[in-house]
Write a protein that binds this ligand. Structure first.
Ligand code: MGD
Ligand code: MGD
Ligand code: SF4
Ligand code: MO
Length: 684
């Protein structure tokens, strides 16, 4: 008999939707629906998770441990028992540490599941064993530092409030039609009420198509746009000087600095007509109930943190934060008081151990001394919840590194991903429907726990199991290795002063939202002096903070177009893939069709190519072949490829990240996926 059971979407998406799952029997699910118990999800989820049965019951699910039975990367494996597999991994880690020291082992993970226990337990093993530390840079490093530099912490005004009260919503540097459907639900509700919708994005996305105004700027130039908007706000009396005096650090210095950041100045940088910038500034400054939904997309440039910070300055200049429906949101991580000591083994953290940059996997594995911080080579890795052979920048280096015969690689996965194909040992993993975990949400404020609903296929085991079993074999001692996932959840919640798991599930999640005045920073921002900082707090992030502009500006460190590489590439997310996930489900593959480049029609004419033609995109790092689709609504020197397609879908065997760079963004790292100069040529 089919029952309906509550769950939570674990995928790497700020919506963290509350789900209702049809459970058909102990091993089988049917349809997945958005639940109405969470006001943000409000019954709406994306199409790919609605069809989750296609993924969880996919014939490609891994069901048993595998041992490499051919050359590295050949994808040839033979089944082995769990005990033997874990013994081999532990022996390889012990051997690597004996030869080169514990830093030669580098556990490597990301957010394929956002569950705190299953995702972050690997940190406990790392810290206890003194393996190389983790500098997490592939996603939020640039956007986090940019937001925190001014606001002081990662939280903002609720999108639900915006849906009800805002007069103007600006979706800045994101494409929620593809990447977080519920931003769209709530933005469209506001629009229906009469609010104006503005989208700032280099190309005409599905989101931009819904907007009243689309600002199609050049990638990496949002700082210039924000500065010119602020120039107009000050010049035309649209700044709230009383608010600025009370709530910001340096309003006079900012105003003086912006005197030369005119719309004409920004026009030359952004490629937007000066009048469009002026009109947008008047629209934004003309209402106090303006709301900016700041996304990650526009932060994925070398100067992305500076651009994010510049955008966060706007509601402070107009004083929009004061008003219901006014302000901005990027993420809400700071709302959740979760004590992560037990999960991550923070009591065992040793900061003298070197920290390696996640996004610089290619340089690290190919022996770049700077990337290795002068330490030993990395010779053993455990990978959980990520597929770097597709998603990391500079794939030529990544693949060369993963193919090293002296690198021992264990990949714990749900599918035989392109990373798993390089492994020595592959371990089969559970999905969120097959284990317990709990989740914070960036896009809303409800903390949600979710329990196992069905049995795992074959011998698949949860991440927590693998971490505890390796710890036992390696002699790693920590309380966290002795408890079940559910016990860790309850103990963590007790230590954090939050509801226990049973209560959380029964009540459909715990809302951690603060009262209106606090959500709007009426009692001050989360900085040391309680003020919003126009002089960004770059120092707190370390790295190259001294090279950053002190006040918001166009920070010109991007991979600018040159005569040899005259186009700027945006490698944006696809709608029915989620990073590297769902690239295995038939309905997603059917919808996305094939790797495609969007090129302005005039530029197609200049290149002599038309719809469906093959072109080469390339630069010093690599070259890919893709099919053309003419696309008005972007500048002539911008090209866009949506989706992190598996490498096997490309004629040359490497995907779009063969072109992107592993250079760290400012101030202290962050992958610059949308900051790439390329050439484009007709293929033959
Ligand atoms: N379907 C789907 N959903 C996803 C993902 C996915 O791959 N597919 N990925 C998930 C993950 S890991 C994350 S972090 C979130 C990210 O989700 P969001 O935070 O919402 O950001 P994105 O939608 O990735 O932003 C991409 C958009 O940014 C634009 N952009 C790129 N460079 C610039 C720039 O310099 N300036 C401006 N103004 N815009 C720019 C691109 O053109 C593109 O339209 O989405 C998650 N959800
Ligand atoms: N060109 C380009 N490249 C990008 C981006 C872009 O916009 N453009 N976006 C970047 C961003 S923002 C991100 S976050 C990265 C993300 O890239 P990835 O980290 O690869 O992202 P996911 O697809 O979320 O998850 C990867 C894997 O986690 C596995 N997984 C899920 N749950 C579990 C589990 O419980 N246990 C185990 N062991 N495995 C599990 C899934 O099967 C999947 O293969 O990609 C980055 N790469
Ligand atoms: S929108 Fe995001 S959180 Fe919601 S179901 Fe889809 S992937 Fe999951
Ligand atoms: Mo991400």
């Amino acid at each position: 008999m089919t029952t309906l059971a509550p769950s939570v979407c674990p995928h790497d998406c700020t919506s963290v939707c509350a789900l209702d799952v049809e459970v058909k029997d102990a091993r089988t699910i049917g349809r997945v629906r958005g639940s109405t118990r969470n006001a943000y999800t409000a019954g709406v989820i994306c199409e790919k998770v609605a069809r989750y049965a296609e993924r969880v019951h996919h014939p490609g699910r891994l069901t048993q441990p595998l041992l490499r039975d051919g050359p590295k990367g050949s994808g040839r494996f033979k089944p082995i028992a769990w005990n033997e597999a874990l013994d081999r991994v532990a022996a390889a880690f012990t051997d690597a540490a004996a030869r080169h020291g514990s830093e030669a082992v580098w556990p490597y993970f990301y957010a394929g599941t956002m569950g705190l226990v299953q995702r972050d337990g690997i940190q406990r093993l790392r810290h206890v064993m003194k393996y190389s530390r983790w500098h997490s840079t592939i996603c939020v490093a640039l956007s986090d530092s940019g937001w925190i530099a001014g606001v002081g912490s990662k939280r903002g005004v609720s999108m639900l409030e915006a849906a009800e009260h805002s007069d103007l919503i600006v979706i800045w540097g994101g494409n929620p039609v593809n990447t977080q459907v519920n931003v769209m639900t709530h933005a469209m509700a506001a629009r229906k009420r009469g609010a104006t919708l503005v989208v700032v994005d280099p190309y005409r996305t599905g989101t931009a198509e819904k907007a009243d105004l689309h600002l199609a700027l050049k990638p990496g130039t949002d700082g210039a746009l924000a500065c010119a908007v602020m120039h107009v706000l000050f010049a035309e009396g649209l700044a709230d000087r009383e608010y600025l005096q009370r709530y910001s650090d340096a309003p006079a210095a900012l105003e003086a600095h912006l005197a030369t950041r005119t719309p004409q100045w920004a026009s030359a940088i952004t490629g937007l007509p000066a009048q469009v910038i002026i009109d947008f500034a008047r629209l934004y400054g003309g209402t106090k109930k303006s709301y900016i939904r700041a996304h990650h997309g526009f932060s994925r440039s070398r100067n992305g943190a500076a651009n994010m910070h510049a955008v966060t300055c706007l509601p402070t200049v107009t004083g929009a934060w004061r008003h219901r429906g006014g302000g901005a949101l990027y993420g809400n991580a700071a709302l959740y008081p979760v004590d992560k000591t037990l999960i991550e083994g923070l009591d065992a953290l040793d900061t003298s151990i070197r920290e390696l940059d996640q996004s610089r996997l290619g340089p690290i594995l190919t022996g770049d001394a700077g990337a290795l911080k002068g330490g030993p080579p990395v010779t053993a890795m455990l990978v959980q919840n990520t597929n770097p052979a597709m998603v990391c920048p500079d794939l030529n280096l990544v693949h060369r590194g993963l193919a090293r015969e002296d690198l021992f690689l264990c990949v714990h996965e749900q599918f035989m991903t392109e990373t798993a194909a390089f492994a020595d040992v592959v371990l089969p993993a559970t999905t969120f429907l097959e284990h317990d975990d709990f989740y914070t949400a960036a896009g809303h404020s409800v903390f949600q726990a979710s329990l196992k609903l069905i049995e795992a296929p074959g011998a698949a085991r949860e991440n927590h199991h693998v971490i505890c079993e390796l710890a036992r074999r390696l002699g790693a001692e920590h309380r966290g290795f002795t408890l079940s996932a559910r016990e860790i959840m309850d103990e963590t919640l007790r230590a954090s002063g939050m509801w226990d798991v049973a209560t959380n599930v029964a009540r459909g999640g715990q809302d951690m939202a603060l009262p209106f005045e606090k959500m709007h920073f009426h009692d001050g921002f989360d900085t040391a002096d309680g003020k919003f900082h126009f002089r960004g707090d770059w120092q707190r992030f370390g790295g190259r903070w001294q090279e950053m502009p002190v006040l918001p500006d166009h920070f010109d460190v991007i991979d600018n177009a040159t005569p040899a590489t005259p186009y700027r590439l945006v490698a944006a997310p696809a709608r029915t893939f989620l990073n590297s996930t769902f690239t295995e489900t038939p309905s997603s593959l059917k919808r996305e069709v094939r790797p495609t480049v969007l090129i302005h029609p005039d530029e197609c004419a200049a290149l002599g190519v038309g719809d469906g033609d093959r072109v080469r995109l390339g630069n010093a790092r690599g070259c890919v072949i893709v099919h053309v689709r003419p696309a008005p609504g972007q500048q002539r020197d911008v090209v866009v490829v949506e989706g992190i397609w598996p490498n096997k879908h490309f004629e040359n065997g490497l995907g779009i990240n063969a072109l992107t760079s592993a250079d760290p963004g400012w101030p202290n790292g962050g992958a610059a996926f949308h900051d790439t100069a390329v050439w484009v040529k007709r293929a033959d």
